[in-house]
Write a protein that binds this ligand. Structure first.
Ligand code: BGC
Length: 351
């Protein structure tokens, strides 16, 4: 070895050692693979802590809302400590309007790539149907198309490992009430189970996946691969202050969240209610979305995020933060840096 090369090597080693010493969180250990027929509790445990790749593939077209899924996202997300990604997808904008409602092959290939990237980076992946707005508005007309979309997704991913999960529909709302949602869910489940008998399937109640509507969800007793989800954004006037899509929300600007008194006891009461439902029905729970929009002050956002994440963890629930790199983002794509107060709220440093 020439002296100069040796000097360079030594410098590199010193730098690497210094970097390792500075980094507060060690890289997460690799997850052991799930058994092919892992039950819902094992699947929920594997999901653990995750993040939503929001505002990417659920835009009318990827990129329309300023973000695309990038290969570099996955190693970054894994290294931060997340164990899965939830991927909101607007399949309805990429499937034919007429039977057999064929999904655009190029779009399907793009989702294949997302699944490949997640798995290659040791991240489990939840694929959902997001923003099927026509279905929320008029479910009677869209039943068949919805089942056909899921039949195609199920066929496509039937040989994928158990780390790939399906979530049938984000936040049923509008004209999609509990009775109709239960019927459509049962029909879709039967279609998907024909090709994916033990696939982890995520399902949530109506009213935007409200914990208060869990009681109305009808699930088949003998299906032990169902994870139940709910979303949490309360108090809405805090988490959605100034949100362009929430009418009147400018009036809420400046609202803070203290993490004490009623602020805290409301969260506790809501999570206790959800946890009681889960215990009574022997189902694992997955908090698939929670977050506070960027217009709230950062201290309040971090307090709320930490409190809600701990509320879920302490009751044995898996969670996915809403979302990675957009208006709620835990990551700042322009600065290419994590928003430390939010990341620390999700993963508190160990003393
Ligand atoms: C919606 C997003 C919205 C978020 C918070 C999600 O389910 O798809 O568009 O930003 O909830 O409101």
């Amino acid at each position: 070895m020439r002296p100069l090369t040796f000097a360079r090597h030594s410098l590199l080693i010193v730098l690497l050692l210094a970097l390792t010493a500075c980094s507060s969180t060690p890289p997460p250990p690799t997850q052991p693979p799930l058994a092919a027929d892992a039950d819902a509790f094992a699947l929920a445990q594997r999901l653990g802590k995750g993040v939503n790749l929001g505002n990417m593939l659920e835009a009318p077209n990827e990129g329309d809302w300023g973000l695309r899924v990038e290969a570099e996202d996955f190693p970054l997300i894994r290294a931060a400590g997340f164990a899965h990604v939830r991927v909101p997808i607007r399949w309805s904008a990429h499937a034919a309007a007429e039977a057999p409602y064929t999904i655009d092959p190029d779009f399907f290939s793009r989702i294949d790539w997302v699944v490949d990237q997640a798995l290659a980076n040791d991240l489990a992946v939840v694929l959902n149907v997001h923003h099927y707005d026509e279905m929320y508005a008029d479910p009677t007309v869209h039943d068949d198309r919805f089942v056909a979309i899921w039949t195609q997704i199920a066929e496509r991913y039937k040989d994928r490992p158990a780390e790939v999960l399906f979530e049938f529909l984000n936040e049923p709302n509008g004209a999609l009430g509990a009775a109709r949602w239960n019927r459509i869910f049962a029909k879709t489940l039967a279609a998907v189970r024909a090709t994916n008998p033990t696939r982890g399937i995520v399902v949530g109640p109506v009213e935007w996946n409200s914990f208060a509507r869990l009681d109305e969800l009808e699930l088949p007793e003998d299906d032990t691969h169902l994870i139940v989800t709910f979303h949490y954004y309360l108090p809405f006037e805090f988490t959605h202050q100034g949100a362009e899509w929430a009418p009147g929300s400018d009036a809420w600007l400046g609202r803070t969240w203290s993490g004490e008194g009623l602020d805290a006891s409301d969260v506790d009461a809501h999570f206790d209610q959800a946890a009681k439902w889960a215990a009574d029905h022997h189902r694992p729970l997955y908090l698939g979305e929670f977050g506070a929009y960027s217009k709230a002050d950062m201290d309040s956002r971090a307090r709320w995020t930490a409190y809600v994440a701990r509320a879920a963890e302490s009751r044995g629930m898996a969670w996915a933060y809403w979302e990675f790199a957009s208006g709620f983002g835990v990551y700042d794509p322009a600065a290419k840096a994590w928003r430390e107060p939010l990341l620390k709220a999700l993963f508190p440093p160990t003393p």
